[in-house]
Ligand binder design. Structure first.
Ligand code: NAD
Length: 790
C-alpha cells in the first residue's frame, strides 16, 4: 500500500469533546427548583417535575420542575413588577445589560455548547460553531438597538410584558432570538423553553443573574403545553411570541383572538432547494448537506424538497448518494460527527412512520449502508426519489433527515413546484446565472431565499415566513417592530352595525334600476343573491340602495383580486401615477362627495369638504410613498449581502369603519394599493354610497381590473367570509369588537395576517393615521441572501 492508498484508507479516530464540566454543572444543581421567577429559583407550585434525557443514550439527565398556571401567574406578576423601571431605563442602561449577557455567554461558550449537545443531540460542531456564537451575536447586536430606539423607531414604545414559547430544535438560539429584542425594546419577559431541552435556558438564567439583569426582567419557566397555554391565555401579558409547529401556532392564534395581544408566529416549513442545470453541482451537494442534514433535519427552514432540473437530475442524485455515504452518524459529542440522534423517541417514531407512508405512496427511499449506534434515537439520512407532488414527503414537514426529490423542466415549473405548499418559510436557489437566481427569488412565496447557499442566519437580518409558516420577523430592524407598539390615534369605540334596513329583492323588470351594484374585476355587477339594502340619509329618508353582497360575491371578488397580475407586477412608479390620478379625479368631484357626506352623515358642509380634501391629500401621500417605502440591504458578517425586499402581502381584505366613511376607507385602501396589494374592500355598512360613488372615479383612473374590488353589505358577515377565505392573504378589520375577534379567530385556516382595530376606530383625520405604520402592514419582508466572492 503506497502512501496515497494508505491516506485514503485511513479511518477517523474518535474525537470526543470533554463533557466533565457539563456533568459537574448537572451534578451541582437542584433541578426541582428550576423556575427562574423574579430573580429567585423556585420549585413548581405542585412540586411536579418532568424528565429530560439524553438523546444519544436515552439516559436521564435531570428531573426538572414543571410549571403550572399558578407558577405562570407568579412569573407574570414578577415581570409586571419589573416593567415600569426597566422600560423607563435609558437605552444605554439596557444596552449595557444586553452586552453584559453576551460577554458572560462568551465566557461560558464551551459549557453552553456541550450542554446543548447533551440535551438536544445535535453534533457538537453545530452547537459550538453555529448555535452558541449566533446566540451571543444576537445579544450583542441588540445592545445597539436598545440605544437606537428613539432614533430608529420614533413614535414607538415597548409593548410591555411578553410571553415567549420556544421549541427544542435550537433551544439556546431561539431563546436569544426571543429575549434579546424584547429586552432591547424595554419589555420584560416570561420565556418557556420546550420540555425536551430545558438545560441551556437554566444556564442562561444563571448568566442573567451574573450579568446584572434586574430581577423580574427575565423569567424562565420550565414546563410543557399546560404552562404554554397558561402563558398564552394570561391577561397580564401584552404580546405572545411563539416558535413551534403550525398546529400549535393555530391554537395560539385562536386563543389570543380578540384579546388585543400582539402576536408573532414562527412556524414550520417545507422549503424548496432548487437546483438549475447551470448550478455548480458539487457546491449544491454541500449546500444540501447543510440544508437537510444539519441538526438531523430538525430545522424549520430545512431544504427538505430537492427540486432539480431534469437534465442534471441523474448526475446530481449520484453525487448526493455518494456524499450521503460519507456522512458520519454517531455520538453528537464526537467532533467528526455529521449526524447525531433525533431529540426523542417520539420524534424518531414520527420520522419513521412518515418515511414508511411516503414509500407506501410510491416514493423510493434510499439510505446509505451504515450501522447505527446501538442505543439512542438515530435515523439514517434518507433520500426519497420518485416523489409525486402530493406525496406526504413532499407536503408534510418531516422534521428529520429525509430529503424528498422531484424534477422540473423549466423555470416556471420550478417556481410552481416550489410554491406548491401551504408553508412559506425559506428556499434555496442554485444557479451560476445571477440573473436567473434573482429572477426566481421574488417569485418564491418564502420569507427567506438563499442564493447558492442555505441556512444562513444573522442577528441583523430578518427571518420569518409567509403563509402557514407564520407571521412576524425575528432579527434586525424588522424583528424589533415585533416588540414595539406604534402610536396610533385612537378613535371612538365601534358599535355593532345597527342598520335596520331589511333586504329588498331587486325587481327584474324595473324600468330603472337605481341600486348601486358591487364592483368586482373592474365591472359593476349585481350581487349574486339579487338582494339590496336600503341606505338612509341622516334625516331618515331613503338615499338609495346598495347590493347586499354575499359569500359568493366575496368569492368572486377574491378570484378577481388574485387574477389581477397587472397591479402587483406594475412598477412602483406606475402605481404611484395611478394613485395620483385617482386623487386628481376625486378632486374633480369633490363637491359631489362632500354633499353626499352631508346627506348621509348629517355632518356640516365644512366638515364634509374637509373630509373630502383630507381623502384627496391621503391619496396624494400614498401616491408619493408608493416608490419610497423600500427595503434595505443588510451586510451580515459573512461574504454576502442580504436584500430585505418589500413585497406586497397579496390579496388583502379591508373592512372599513363608519367613522369618517370616505377618509377611513381611503386611509386603509390607499396604503395597501401603494405597496402592490390587490384589495377587496367592504365599506361602511351605514354609509356605503360613498364607496359606490367611487366606482366611476376608479374607472376613469387607469386602475387595472381586479386591483380594487368593493363589496357592500353586512359588515360582520362579509368580514367573516373574508377571514375564512384561504385565498385571502391579509385582512384589516375596523369594526366592532366582536367582529374583530371573530375575524382573528376565523383566520386560522391559512394564518392570514390580520390587523384588527379591536373594536376601536382611529382618528382618521390625524396625521398619525397615515404613513409607515400602515405601509409596514401592507408588505411582507423577504430577505434574499446573495453571497459573493469566488
Ligand atoms: P411544538 O409546537 O409542539 O412546541 C413548541 C412549544 O410550544 C413547546 O415549548 C411546547 O411546550 C409549547 N406548546 C405545545 N402546546 C402548546 C399549547 N397548546 N399552548 C402553548 N404552548 C404549547 O413544536 P416542537 O415540536 O417543539 O418544535 C418543532 C416545530 O417548531 C416545527 O414545526 C418547526 O418547524 C418549528 N420551528 C419553527 C421555527 C421558525 O423560526 N419558523 C424555528 C424552529 C422551529
Amino acid at each position: 500500500m503506497n502512501i496515497l492508498e494508505r491516506y485514503h484508507a485511513m479511518e477517523y479516530g474518535p474525537a470526543p469533546e470533554a463533557r466533565n464540566e457539563a456533568d459537574a454543572w448537572l451534578a451541582a444543581r437542584d433541578f426541582s427548583k428550576a423556575l427562574f421567577i423574579g430573580g429567585d429559583w423556585k420549585a413548581a407550585s405542585g412540586d411536579k417535575t418532568f424528565d429530560t434525557s439524553e438523546p444519544s443514550s436515552g439516559g436521564l439527565l435531570a428531573k426538572v420542575s414543571d410549571a403550572n398556571a399558578a407558577d405562570i401567574d407568579a412569573a407574570v406578576a414578577a415581570a409586571a413588577k419589573a416593567l415600569p423601571k426597566w422600560s423607563a431605563s435609558s437605552g444605554y442602561q439596557r444596552a449595557k445589560v444586553l452586552y453584559a449577557i453576551g460577554r458572560a455567554m462568551q465566557r461560558h461558550q464551551r459549557l453552553f455548547a456541550v450542554l446543548e449537545t447533551i440535551d438536544n443531540g445535535k453534533p457538537i460542531r453545530e452547537s459550538r460553531d453555529i448555535d452558541v456564537p449566533l446566540a451571543i451575536r444576537h445579544f450583542i447586536h441588540h445592545a445597539g438597538w436598545a440605544q437606537a430606539l428613539d432614533r430608529d423607531f420614533p413614535g414607538h414604545k415597548g409593548v410591555g410584558v411578553v410571553g415567549q414559547i420556544i421549541p427544542w430544535n435550537f433551544p439556546l438560539l431561539m431563546l436569544a432570538w426571543k429575549i434579546a429584542p424584547a429586552l432591547a425594546a424595554g419589555c420584560t419577559v416570561i420565556l418557556k423553553p420546550a420540555e425536551f431541552t430545558p438545560l441551556t435556558s437554566i444556564l442562561f438564567a444563571e448568566i442573567c443573574e451574573r450579568a446584572g439583569v434586574p430581577k423580574g426582567v427575565v423569567n424562565i419557566v420550565q414546563g410543557g403545553p399546560e404552562a404554554g397555554a397558561a402563558i398564552v391565555n394570561h391577561p397580564g401579558i401584552q404580546k405572545i411570541a411563539f416558535t413551534g409547529s403550525s398546529e400549535v401556532g393555530k391554537i395560539i392564534r385562536k386563543a389570543t383572538a380578540g384579546s388585543g395581544k400582539k402576536l408573532s408566529l414562527e412556524l414550520g416549513g417545507k422549503s424548496a432547494f432548487i437546483v438549475f442545470e447551470d448550478a455548480d453541482l458539487d457546491s449544491a451537494v454541500e449546500g444540501l448537506v447543510d440544508g437537510i442534514w444539519f441538526n438531523q433535519g430538525q430545522v424549520c427552514c430545512a431544504g427538505s424538497r430537492l427540486l432539480v432540473q431534469e437534465g442534471i437530475a441523474e448526475a446530481l442524485i449520484a453525487k448526493v448518494k455518494a456524499r450521503m455515504s460519507r456522512l458520519r452518524v454517531g455520538s453528537p459529542l464526537d467532533k467528526n460527527t455529521d449526524i447525531g440522534p433525533l431529540v426523542d423517541a417520539t420524534q424518531l417514531d414520527r420520522v419513521k412512520s412518515l418515511v414508511a407512508e411516503g414509500a407506501r405512496q410510491g416514493a423510493v427511499c434510499w439510505q446509505p449502508d451504515a450501522t447505527l449506534p446501538s442505543s439512542g434515537y438515530y435515523h439514517l439520512p434518507t433520500l426519497a426519489t420518485g416523489v409525486s407532488p402530493a406525496n406526504i414527503l413532499a407536503q408534510e414537514e418531516v422534521f428529520g433527515p429525509v430529503l424528498a426529490t422531484m424534477t422540473f423542466r423549466n423555470t416556471e415549473e420550478a417556481i410552481e413546484l416550489a410554491n406548491n405548499t401551504r408553508y412559506g418559510l425559506a428556499a434555496s436557489v442554485w444557479s451560476e446565472n445571477v440573473n436567473l437566481a434573482l429572477h426566481v427569488a421574488p417569485q418564491l412565496k418564502a420569507g427567506v431565499v438563499w442564493i447558492n447557499g442555505t441556512n444562513m442566519f444573522d442577528a441583523a437580518c430578518g427571518f420569518g415566513g409567509y403563509r402557514e409558516s407564520g407571521f412576524g420577523r425575528e432579527g434586525g430592524r424588522e424583528g424589533m417592530f415585533e416588540y414595539l407598539l406604534a402610536k396610533l390615534p385612537l378613535g371612538p369605540v365601534i358599535k355593532p352595525a345597527t342598520t335596520s334596513a331589511q333586504p329588498v329583492e331587486q325587481a327584474d323588470g324595473a324600468a330603472i334600476d337605481r341600486t348601486a351594484k358591487l364592483f368586482i374585476g373592474g365591472k359593476q355587477v349585481r350581487p349574486d343573491g339579487n338582494y339590496s339594502l336600503a341606505v338612509a340619509t341622516a334625516k331618515g329618508k331613503l338615499a338609495g340602495e346598495v347590493g347586499l353582497g354575499s359569500r359568493k360575491d366575496i368569492r368572486d371578488a377574491v378570484s378577481a383580486a388574485r387574477a389581477c397580475k397587472a397591479w402587483p407586477e406594475a412598477t412602483a412608479y406606475n402605481r404611484s401615477q395611478v394613485l395620483y390620478y385617482l386623487a386628481e379625479n376625486l378632486s374633480g368631484r369633490a363637491s359631489e362627495f362632500a354633499a353626499r357626506l352631508t346627506e348621509l352623515t348629517g355632518t356640516s358642509a365644512k366638515a364634509a369638504r374637509d373630509e373630502v380634501e383630507q381623502s384627496i391629500e391621503r391619496l396624494f401621500l400614498y401616491a408619493g410613498l408608493a416608490d419610497k417605502f423600500e427595503g434595505r440591504v443588510h451586510q451580515p458578517p459573512a461574504r454576502a449581502v442580504t436584500l430585505a425586499l418589500h413585497e406586497p402581502v397579496g390579496v388583502v381584505g379591508i373592512v372599513a369603519p363608519d367613522t369618517s366613511p370616505l377618509l377611513g376607507l381611503i386611509s386603509l385602501v390607499a396604503p395597501a394599493l401603494a405597496m402592490g396589494n390587490t384589495v377587496i374592500a367592504v365599506p361602511s355598512e351605514r354609509y356605503p354610497l360613498l364607496a359606490t360613488d367611487l366606482y366611476q372615479v376608479i374607472e376613469y383612473s387607469d386602475v387595472p381590473a381586479g386591483a380594487i374590488n368593493i363589496v357592500t353589505g353586512r359588515t360582520a358577515e362579509l368580514a367573516g367570509v373574508l377571514a375564512k377565505h384561504d385565498d385571502v392573504d391579509g385582512l384589516w378589520v375596523f369594526a366592532d369588537a366582536e367582529t374583530c375577534a371573530k375575524a382573528e379567530a376565523e383566520s386560522v385556516g391559512n394564518l392570514k395576517r390580520v390587523w384588527s382595530g379591536n373594536g376601536r376606530s382611529l382618528d382618521w383625520a390625524s396625521d398619525e393615521a397615515a404613513g409607515d405604520a400602515f405601509l409596514r402592514r401592507a408588505v411582507e419582508v423577504k430577505n434574499v441572501w446573495v453571497p459573493y466572492g469566488d
